[in-house]
Write a protein that binds this ligand. Sequence first.
Ligand code: UD1
Ligand code: CA
Length: 455
Amino acid sequence: MSLDVVILAAGQGSRMRSRLPKVLHTLAGRSMLQRIIDSAKQLSDVTLHVVVGHGADQIEAALAGQPDIHFVYQQQQLGTGHAVAQALPALGDGPVLILTGDTPLLTSATLEQLSAGLAQDQLTLLSVVHEDPSGYGRIVRDDSGQVTAIVEQKDASEQQRLIRECNTGLMGTTGALLKRWLPALSANNAQGEYYLTDIVGMAYAEGVPLDAVQAGCVEEVSGVNDRRQLAALERWLQRQQAEQAMAQGASLADPARFDQRGTLTLGRDVTIDVGCIFEGDVTLEDGVSVGPYCVIRDSHIGADTHIEAYSHIDGASAAGNNQIGPYARLRPGSTLAAEAKVGNFVEIKKATLDHGTKVNHLSYIGDAHIGQHTNVGAGTITCNYDGVNKHHTEIGSNVFVGSNTALVAPITIGDRVTIAAGSTLTDSVEQGLAFGRARQTVKENWRRAEQDDER
Ligand code: UD1
Ligand code: CA
């Protein structure tokens, strides 16, 4: 049966003190809202409704390209009950999950648990026990343990404020029940809002099956209201990911200084020094070592490669036994065959280095292919851009490129060619030794200016 998922994201989130709507703030590289959407999408046969109001344009723009999301507009933010009511016309009578856009670490397993058995008319809440429950709606139970209501902090009696079981804001019910209950809500409470949580009392009064499942983990259901809470959840998640990495056989110099903003696939005996950031989809095969303060995004690093400190690697692949950095920059489309080396202050873009080729110092290699066992001297530049178009540089195998060479593309350098240091080459070279610089002249009788001469 199809499942309607309503995600509330119309509030301003004023405590973030931000121009960006709260739900667009990111946690481990993805916005809070995107995280919830991604978790919800893992359930089968879902229809997603996102309730937007504050910053609706920004939120829609951020979710552009995800055509399966249905936006619902809440012009005025009159409360969570009012927000869900705006989605009613789009809901069927079957199961509905209500989620909030500011609980970024919600897992699909919990959503699965909450949506199980929602076919019949019932109301299931997700609750959590907080050490300090202040600010949250409290789950009120009678002597038999039956849930009877949710009372918001501002409406709670002294006695009720002692309750530590809190509403996470997540609940599951059916469209048929919501269509009956929501129009009956009143704003007669401390905040003058239409509380979604008032449907709990209605369910109890009508004898509709009503229960609260407790979340196992506080962080997973924690709502973010300010940047401090966002940072706390970020650190918690990073710690979990660091522990996962170690469980897979990686050594982390300091699990507290490890940031994974995407998926990280790890071989055995990978070592990662402090301050590294992994973004997107990264694979580090067996025996890879990553030095301190490297940023690696969407890249595949083959076995026994050593990446030295402060290297930035993006959209690159290294076949294995490579030496990279320190201070190397591999940009998208960089491909290193086995045993290729890229040294300090070298930038590689859309270029392939074949087996054993070395670019060790201070160079830019862009839009190029270099054959095997070629040595590219310090300060070599492929001049790939003519101001309008990019051009290709082809360098053969066993080539020796002297230091400070400029290769003006398009250009082809044949196998075993030697290029003299300081050359600027504009024409292709098939074989032999190429000079592209002025011949040195020496004026032996030249006399340097001296003090006396100046007068
Ligand atoms: C809500 C719950 C509270 C629960 C807490 C958990 C209600 C009345 N209270 O309180 O029981 O313990 O969450 O974090 O539901 N929103 C709209 N439109 C509105 C109002 C809110 O879309 O008119 C959205 C917000 O953007 C947010 C979510 O609903 O994503 C929750 O709203 P918020 O104001 O943060 O509710 P809380 O006071 O935290
Ligand atoms: Ca909240």
